[in-house]
Design a protein around this ligand. Structure first.
Ligand SMILES: NC(=O)c1ccc[n+]([C@@H]2O[C@H](COP(=O)([O-])OP(=O)(O)OC[C@H]3O[C@@H](n4cnc5c(N)ncnc54)[C@H](O)[C@@H]3O)[C@@H](O)[C@H]2O)c1
Length: 389
């Protein structure tokens, strides 16, 4: 089995998720490659201490990512930093010839993302993918295989989204994700948007126009925990988009995309629904094992629930009857990244991580949403090219 030596830049919430997935790599059955964490970088010593305690393989810790990029023992880098740092760090990673798994939104805005894409074009020898783990739930992998084998017929409508209640509490202190300088003008779309775009974009469906309603619900937040001082909370809290989408197999359809940070009754619900004239499906991470399917042949309309269990695309030691969760999806995504990097392929169209050209389309959608909300009307959204394989 090939070992891919990783550096992590940004040792916060998501940096730790990757490291934990790598630490239990024995969970996967015969993967073609395994990640080994050899270097970490963060401006916070405390953040790196956790890695030092748990990963004896870490030989380098630094607060300067350029030193990590100069380390010849590092083959690939996972960057999990605030959004205003994506452009420069991603470009430097690519220019250093390190393979890159970058967090979304992959550039704070459309201009930053376009610059990153130019850097990628200049280095075809570097493998680059973007994080998005929810499509690795077994039920969503099934949906992907159904799309790939053309089971839906004419698409009538698609809904996808991500509903949080993380900001329902108006007294939750401000953090970098609620400020334009660090999170970006997209607001909640920067945080949650790529997750909601992944399946429709991988299906090859392309946006033509976007109509958006953007909501700012909490104008100020405490400056810190327990503080009486309140500071502006600048970013969009909720984004509701209606996209006129084109199916390359024929026809167009409404795609409703919701990314809400303030969604009462929800905690971390990612969902996708595809309604079509032959087959329709629904999936929501609140019922993580269940896939709802309705096949229509002119007779009764009966929704059927299939329990997808732990039927993972990348085989594991866990029996297929057990339940699957968030950390499993993260590990499956990393299995996809390392498998594609090591072998040049994935076992199916939906078994690979988000590609830079798909990220670029997500940026065009979010940018169009900003323009639409400002104009109060639908706006054009350049569709982008066909999906590669
Ligand atoms: N895939 C997901 O489900 C998911 C979930 C949350 C966040 N994210 C994404 O992950 C990225 C990071 O988010 P997070 O929640 O892990 O953030 P975080 O705040 O928990 O971690 C960011 C880390 O970066 C460090 N940092 C800041 N500036 C730095 C610099 N100049 N050099 C080195 N380190 C620096 C901070 O000290 C911190 O430890 C963002 O792009 C975010 O959108 C993805």
């Amino acid at each position: 089995m090939k070992t891919i030596r990783f550096g992590i830049i940004g040792c916060g919430l998501m940096g730790r998720e990757f490291a934990s997935a790598a630490a239990r790599w024995c969970h996967l059955v015969d993967p073609p490659a395994r990640p080994q964490i050899v270097a970490v970088c963060d401006t916070s010593d405390r953040a790196m201490d956790w890695f030092a305690r748990n990963f004896p393989s870490v030989a380098q810790r630094t607060d300067d990512y350029r030193r990590l990029l100069a380390n010849g023992q590092v083959d690939a880098v996972y960057v999990a930093l605030p959004h205003h740092l994506h452009r420069q760090v991603y470009l430097d990673v690519i220019a250093a010839g390190k393979h890159l798994m970058g967090e979304k939104p992959f550039g704070i805005d459309l201009a930053a993302n376009s610059e990153i894409n130019r850097g990628i074009e200049a280095r075809p020898d570097v493998f680059v993918r973007c994080v998005s783990q929810f499509p690795f739930f077994p039920a969503v992998q099934r949906i992907g295989r159904m799309i790939e084998s053309g089971q839906f017929g004419r698409i009538i409508g698609v809904s996808s989204g991500f509903l949080h209640s993380s900001d329902l509490d108006a007294d939750k202190p401000i953090n970098w994700k609620r400020q334009v300088d660090t999170n970006g003008v997209y607001g909640v779309m920067a945080d949650l948007g790529m997750h909601a775009c992944h399946v429709p974009l991988r299906a090859g469906w392309r946006p033509r126009t976007v109509s958006a309603v953007l909501s700012k619900l909490v104008p100020t937040r405490p400056a810190s925990k327990g503080s009486a001082q309140r500071v502006p909370c600048e970013t969009w809290d909720n984004a509701t988009l209606l996209i006129d989408a084109v199916d390359p197999a024929g026809g167009s359809f409404p795609w409703t995309l919701r990314t809400w940070r303030i969604a009462p009754g929800h905690r971390n619900a990612w969902y996708v629904e595809i309604l079509a004239d032959r087959t329709s499906v629904r999936f929501d991470t609140r019922s993580p094992g269940s896939l709802q399917v309705m096949r229509y042949d002119g007779g009764e309309q009966n929704w059927q629930t299939i329990e997808a269990g732990f039927e993972t695309t990348y085989p594991t030691i866990t029996g297929s009857i057990f339940e699957f969760g968030f950390t499993d999806a993260v590990q499956q995504m990393w299995a996809a990244f390392t498998c594609e990097l090591a072998t040049g392929r994935t076992p199916g169209l939906f078994a690979g991580c988000v590609r830079p050209e798909e990220v670029a389309i997500s940026h065009r959608i979010f940018d169009a949403a900003l323009r639409s909300a400002a104009a109060g009307m639908p706006v054009d959204c350049a569709p982008g090219g066909p999906p590669g394989r």
